[in-house]
Ligand binder design. Structure first.
Ligand SMILES: *[C@@H]1O[C@H](CO)[C@@H](O)[C@H](O)[C@H]1NC(C)=O
Length: 330
């Protein structure tokens, strides 16, 4: 399985590195769970509560939220902004995860949004203003983002075909990533608080893949990217991870218990690995969608990776009760 369990990314932070260690959860689907699935959250004690309060008591400092480009449908600007306001009001830092697509962007899908140009030069300009406008929208709504990821799982490039890496040609993705990075600069020049800026690659465990990618991109001579690399003296975070409570069909690579206790052990083990990264550059971990109650398995082959037990018997109200693993960051 560890495809999903080990989906770290390298986060290149172009701004001053934060001293904070981000103990995060990706909570992109929480509002959908409440409106579409009737989720009523309960603490492990059984007391009704809010998800932000349950996870904050478990030590969460930061919430990761994905953003798709289309203004209609899931994970759009309006819904993501409203979730960001809600979690920021509850005291969390926010990581905005740009997909630069109208749907899931991952190693096999990086579709250009509808209505965007497809040639590299016009696409770069559109991307730059989209990033600037988006950051401005968050700022105007009172949310200063702690972190932004420019693209999601872009190991094979982004915004295909213009930004697809083929035959080791990184020029498209390097141009586009630099344009997105300039969009962040434009927003900051216009008064937006500077976030840390990240690159998110999948298969972070594979150091050959990671160095192929960074060598390829920096090799294109884009100065905005070259300036990021002092041979990767940059912060790294594990952007997505999960551990199952149920996984009969997969041989796991770690001998960690398949239950809520194991979920805590797994994340604590990741934190100790990150604490051992030299110079304090291991700076965060994000558990992926711990409350995705109608989609508990995605990407892993394991049946259930979430941090809540779900009782569907009282539909359309769904009683969702925290497992002991919500305490993983304590
Ligand atoms: C889960 O619920 C949401 C909201 O009701 C819905 O949009 C989504 O399609 C559902 N996902 C699955 C895998 O059933």
């Amino acid at each position: 399985m560890l495809i999903r369990a080990l989906l770290p990314f390298l986060a290149l932070a172009a701004t001053t590195l934060a001293a904070t260690f981000h103990k995060g959860h990706d909570l992109s689907s929480v509002a959908m769970m409440e409106t579409g699935q009737g989720a009523i959250w309960h603490a492990a004690s059984g007391t009704e509560s809010t998800i932000e309060s349950i996870l904050a008591s478990g030590g969460m400092t930061t919430v990761r939220l994905r953003l798709w480009v289309s203004s209609t449908g899931q994970y759009n600007l309006a819904s993501t902004l409203s979730l960001a306001k809600r979690f920021a009001a509850a005291g969390s830092d926010i990581l905005l995860d740009f997909h630069f697509s109208d749907t899931w962007a991952d190693p096999s899908h990086q579709a250009i949004p509808a209505g965007w140009p497809t040639d590299l030069s016009s696409l770069s300009m559109t991307l730059r203003s989209y990033v600037a406008d988006t950051l401005t929208a968050f700022h105007s709504a009172g949310v200063d983002l702690a972190l932004v990821a420019l693209g999601n799982e872009i190991t094979a490039g982004m915004l295909w075909p213009a930004g697809e890496i083929s035959n080791n040609d990184f020029s498209g993705v390097a141009t586009l990533w630099a344009a997105a990075r300039n969009g962040v600069r434009d927003a900051v020049s216009a008064g937006v608080t500077a976030p840390q800026v990240m690159i998110h690659l999948d298969n972070g465990w594979n150091s050959a893949t990671q160095s192929w990618w960074y060598k390829g991109v920096f090799g294109t001579g884009k100065s905005s990217l070259n300036s990021l690399a002092s041979t990767y003296g940059k912060a790294v975070m594990v952007a997505e991870t999960d551990w199952p409570v149920e996984c009969p069909d997969v041989t796991l690579s770690e001998s960690i218990m398949v239950n809520a206790k194991g979920q805590r052990t797994w994340v604590k083990d990741i934190i100790s690995v990150l604490e051992d990264v030299p110079s304090g550059l291991g700076q965060g971990v994000f558990y992926w969608e711990p409350a995705f109650i109608n989609n508990t398995a995605p990407g892993s082959g394991c049946e259930d990776n979430i941090l809540f037990d779900v009782d569907w018997s009282n539909w359309p109200e769904t009683k969702v009760t925290a497992r002991s693993s919500v305490q993983m960051y304590k």
